[in-house]
Design a protein around this ligand. Structure first.
Ligand SMILES: [Zn+2]
Ligand SMILES: [Zn+2]
Length: 280
């Protein structure tokens, strides 16, 4: 595929150092220049520590940021990232992080989305003693993962962010205790990318997904962004032929011309251990 983005400036609106995470991945592979767009406080679009609610969906926010960056730098191509912390999709018991990267290309009319998700370091707990705080800090991956403390409740605006050393943590704890009439301090992982290596790894994974899609050309129109969009289940059991929950077809779709292709999976049969009839 021709190097579509060779020497292209990519506007990247971010303020937490995410360009340093993604540049080593995207710049050599695409030949592009990833340039941070400055002059806009992305925290006004919402923050993780609760001061400003995030009203828009994750994709809309990412799209809005990418567009702002392109406007600020006057570039036709831009990208932005947006993360969300939600209950896990299996049982809702595990902290879960969904990272999204949106790539907008006005020259070609493309919107390509890279995504990754997995377990998060996004714990939170009310603590009352230095011992309880130590316990939480150990479970939260401190000090590699920075912490946030606030007095009284999880929504108190008197927030101490980016606590990265035992000394800072101790001082913030004392200040929060003194400010809390009922002597409760609310501790949580700092979710900003530069404070949270687990989240950094998820952003890089989303970058890898985006890159794969950017390097996948549509067989019809040759533009990038030809990518799997879903599966049809029902791969037949190898013993009894009953349809299983395993995928039978993988659906591919082009984001530019809407060309579609259904690709059969490589396996012809499912292992009987995956069959509800043979192995109920
Ligand atoms: Zn079977
Ligand atoms: Zn196409």
């Amino acid at each position: 595929m021709p190097a579509l983005y060779q020497d292209q400036t990519i506007a990247f609106l971010t303020q937490h150092g995410k360009e340093d995470l993604l540049r080593p991945l995207l710049a050599p592979a695409l030949g592009c220049q990833l340039v941070r767009a400055e002059g806009f406080d992305t925290d006004t679009l919402g923050t993780f520590s609760g001061e400003i609610p995030r009203p828009d969906t994750q994709l809309q926010t990412a799209r809005q940021k990418a567009r702002l960056g392109m406007d600020l730098l006057g570039q036709p191509v831009g990208m932005a990232s947006e993360g969300a912390f939600v209950p896990d999709p299996f049982g809702g018991m595990m902290p879960w992080n969904v990272e999204m990267l949106v790539w907008l290309d006005d020259t070609r009319g493309l919107e390509i989305v890279g995504m990754a998700q997995g377990p998060a370091r996004s714990g939170q707990r009310a603590v009352r003693t230095p011992e309880e705080l130590q316990q939480f800090a150990a479970e939260a991956g401190f000090p590699e993962h920075q912490l946030v403390l606030r007095p009284q409740s999880e929504t108190d605006p008197r927030v101490h962010k980016g606590l990265a050393s035992a000394e800072d943590l101790q001082q913030a704890f004392a200040a929060c205790l003194a400010a809390a009439p009922d002597r409760v301090v609310y501790a949580e992982n700092d979710l900003r990318a530069f404070s949270n290596p687990t989240r950094q790894r998820m952003i890089v994974k989303a970058g890898e997904d985006l890159l794969q899609k950017l390097q996948s050309a549509c067989p019809q129109c040759a533009l990038p962004g030809f990518a799997p969009t879903g599966v049809t289940r029902g791969l037949p059991c190898g013993a009894c032929g009953h349809p299983t929950q395993l995928p039978r077809l993988r659906h591919w779709r082009c984001v530019a011309c809407a060309h579609q292709h259904d690709e059969p999976v490589s396996a012809r049969h499912a292992d009987p251990s995956r069959c509800d009839v043979c192995n109920p």
